[in-house]
Unconditional design. Structure first.
Length: 561
């Protein structure tokens, strides 16, 4: 009889494999990443996400609202947009003004426009309506604060938006706060927040559109994970084609925002094209990551075509709707061009009364747009501060909005000052921030291509849309008069590019390691230095009277003068 062997040693532990996560959780991890899924899980993170954002926004508000009425006169292109906005609010159309109206307007005589004659203006009305809203809320146009309050409020909101966008983009509350702080103290952002120009509103609506698309990306990937998981858990297979996602409200909101950006300036169209391609690429990669076999075909048919059918008509409709006051008021510039010039509708056009009126209005607006197009493409007048876009990224030739010099005891210059005083409003970005951003662009481009990093690609797309098209209007292709201050529209994306480098450095170094501490300390030092540079340059962004020698020392490059 065989005896059973008795073991006197310890019984080895049986290794049990970790249970495989549910299909939906696995898909979400693949589609959004573990860092994004972990964002906001702790009370501390949620607290700093909101309190920190409000704190950074308060810094932005202080920099933008303090002494907003200085200087107390129209600066640079405020001479056009403030007065056009006021006549829009008063009459419903941009009225003509008499010769040299600025002294009277600055003194409080804001009604010297000709109510019987429309002014030929070359930009759509959305930005001017926003300036007009600020003046109406302030009770009139007699105060320089009223001219600029809309720009200031929009600038403060842009900082809050960038905090939230960057937090979601990099799945980090700290990096979101860094991005917002950099925008809060940047010189271009501060100057445009303190002047009644259009480009501030263009930047805002572009940033809103971008933020909506970032939210759409996450919503779409969560919806895709849910629906693919339902198929798999029901015993089916993903197969060649994936599920439909339904109506995408965030994408629709992005189209509305981008339509409004076009209603500020036509250069918003570049962002419509760039962001439209970007959101399609995000859909392509999502379906590929979800395991759909014919992901490229599926995304084009299911996502790209509906995106085009929703976004493009929405942009057009919002843009046309932005001209509603022009349609409504018979005194608007060129409003009755078709009727006066006998531009009859084609034979197939209905002959009903409303249809005839719609044709005449639409044809008149088209003729007006032809005139604006010819103006913009033929603008080649000499200007001291015209600049080639190649230098924009390093702020080679910043635009001077205002400059004056006073002897001691004159104007804002204190009598006890030794030497003359200078007052300036120079649309110069924080030099350290922009030079670091310029250096970061090629690095982020390489990293984005090598690691297929959608975050860096998204930031670079914003820079490309706001910057590269202007090379078509510059030497050697053309010779249009353009300015560095146009770069305000892609300033948030320069900051996102710089923050992306910090994000990569943090993600690729182990926690609590010496390398991680080096990255954190380096980032902290750079942020402190940027804030310090902003403190030095703040006076020449806000027309504070400073010693003339101080202003000279800040002009590091001869091209800044």
């Amino acid at each position: 009889m065989r005896r059973a062997a008795v073991s006197t040693g310890a019984v080895p532990a049986v290794a049990h494999p970790e249970p495989e996560p549910p299909v939906r959780d696995r898909l979400l991890r693949d589609l959004l990443g573990e860092r994004r899924l972990a964002l906001g899980r702790t009370a501390s993170d949620r607290f700093w996400a909101m309190f920190g954002a409000l704190l950074v926004t308060a810094v932005a508000a202080a920099a933008r609202l303090w002494e907003l009425g200085r200087p107390g006169k129209l600066v640079f292109d405020e001479t056009y947009y403030v007065k056009e906005g006021w006549s829009l609010a008063s009459l419903g159309f941009e009225a003509a003004w008499p010769d040299d109206p600025n002294p009277a307007f600055e003194a409080g005589d804001v009604s010297s426009y000709d109510a019987d004659e429309a002014e030929y203006v070359v930009h759509p009305p959305v930005g001017k309506w926003m300036i007009a809203l600020g003046m109406r809320l302030m009770g009139g146009a007699q105060d320089p604060v009223a001219w600029r309050i809309a720009s200031a409020v929009i600038g403060v909101l842009a900082v809050f938006l960038l905090v939230r966008i960057a937090r979601r983009l990099f799945a980090s509350t700290a990096l979101g706060l860094v991005a917002g702080l950099l925008l809060a103290v940047d010189g271009e952002a501060i100057v445009h927040s303190r002047t009644g120009l259009l480009d501030q509103f263009l930047m805002f609506w572009v940033l809103v559109g971008f933020g909506c698309l970032v939210l759409d990306r996450e919503w779409a990937r969560r919806r895709l994970a849910d629906r693919v998981a339902q198929i798999v858990e029901a015993g089916g297979a993903v197969g060649k084609y994936g599920p439909r996602l339904g109506w995408r409200w965030w994408r629709f909101a992005a189209a509305v925002s981008l339509g409004l950006s076009c209603g500020v300036k036509w250069s918003g169209l570049y962002f419509v094209a760039a962001f439209g391609l970007l959101t399609v690429v995000w859909d392509l990669t999502a379906r590929r990551a979800a395991g759909i076999e014919r992901w490229w075909e599926d995304a084009l048919v299911v996502d790209a075509v509906p995106a085009a059918l929703v976004m493009l008509p929405t942009v057009v409709l919002v843009y046309v709707a932005s001209w509603s006051a022009w349609f409504a008021h018979p005194m608007s510039y060129l409003r009755n061009w078709a009727e006066v010039n006998g531009a009859a509708p084609p034979g197939w056009w209905p002959g009903w009364g409303w249809a005839q009126g719609a044709w005449e209005a639409g044809r008149s607006l088209l003729e007006y747009h032809h005139m604006m197009w010819d103006f913009h493409n033929g603008l080649d007048s000499e200007h001291n501060y015209a600049s080639h876009p190649l230098g924009w990224i390093i702020q080679w030739r910043p635009t001077s909005f205002y400059w004056d010099k006073y002897a001691p005891g004159q104007g804002p210059c204190p009598a006890d000052t030794v030497g003359d005083c200078a007052t300036a409003v120079t649309s110069l970005g924080n030099p350290l921030l922009w030079w670091l951003g310029a250096a970061a662009i090629p690095v982020v481009l390489v990293l984005s291509l090598r690691y297929r990093d959608w975050r860096g690609a998204a930031a670079l797309t914003g820079i490309a849309a706001g910057w590269l098209p202007w090379f078509l209007y510059s030497w050697p292709l053309a010779d249009r008069t353009i300015f560095t201050f146009y770069s305000i529209v892609f300033t948030p994306f320069v900051i996102l590019t710089l923050v992306h480098l910090l994000a990569v450095g943090l993600e690729r170094t182990p926690r609590r390691s010496a390398d991680r501490r080096i990255v954190v300390w380096l980032a902290a030092v750079l942020v402190v230095l940027v804030v310090g540079v902003s403190a030095l340059y703040y006076p020449i962004w806000t027309a504070m009277p400073v010693p003339y020698e101080y202003w000279q020392r800040l002009m590091l490059l001869p091209s800044w003068i």
